[in-house]
Design a protein around this ligand. Sequence first.
Ligand SMILES: [Zn+2]
Length: 259
Amino acid sequence: MKGCAYFCNRAEKRWIQNGTYGGFMAATAQKLDRKEVEALVREVLRQKLSGVAGPQSNERHAADRRPGPPHPLVVNVSARHAHVTQEHLEILFGKGEKLTKMKDLYQAGEFASEQQVTVVGPRQRIIPNVRILGPTRNYTQLELSYTDGIYLGVDLPLKISGDHAGTPGITLLGPAGALTIPQGVIRAKRHVHMSTEDMAYYGVKDGDEMKLKIAGPCGVTFEGVTVRYHPKVVLEVHIDTDEGNACDLETTTRMELVK
Ligand SMILES: [Zn+2]
């Protein structure tokens, strides 16, 4: 498995940047008003004047022949979610339960399931409707934001998905039963999924750390974005809701992934 957790939150905070061209678009098509069109035209002109040729350029020069990125840069916010083993799924939802798909995620084969659990923290505070992401895995894991951790009273360790050494446990409630896991509660470390060709393009290897530069009214540079290799993924950065809100991903004007 890709060993990671992805979930696009309800607000569809997914943005795509077209590599060297510098344009960005929301994953869902939207109407552009006159002001936005003018801004886009200005940006294209600015790039031409500064020597960065866009795809519409008729000119043929060195910049045109530079290989572009193999995949567009996509940044998705992972809302809080759980991964479960088949055994734990059956404790929570009953014997023979199978995860049923609510929605496909960006990476092929990954999905948000219809099954949801309630998280019960040590101070009896609860977070309901925490979605399970499928398919089932060989471990059970709960991924929360630091804001969730403060609310619940859980000190969250920053971990790459699947690394449960020294992590706290928690209680999950499903319609058929309660499950207390001894460990597996984490705040997922920001990361970028890359295939072999993505790593070659950016000149990085599995485990390297990169910077994600986000421009906009709440612009920010995220450091320590861990490269996570899998042969069958497409380029995708995962940040959590705290990070997505900090940079107000919806108002992002430009994104860049650098070493
Ligand atoms: Zn991920």
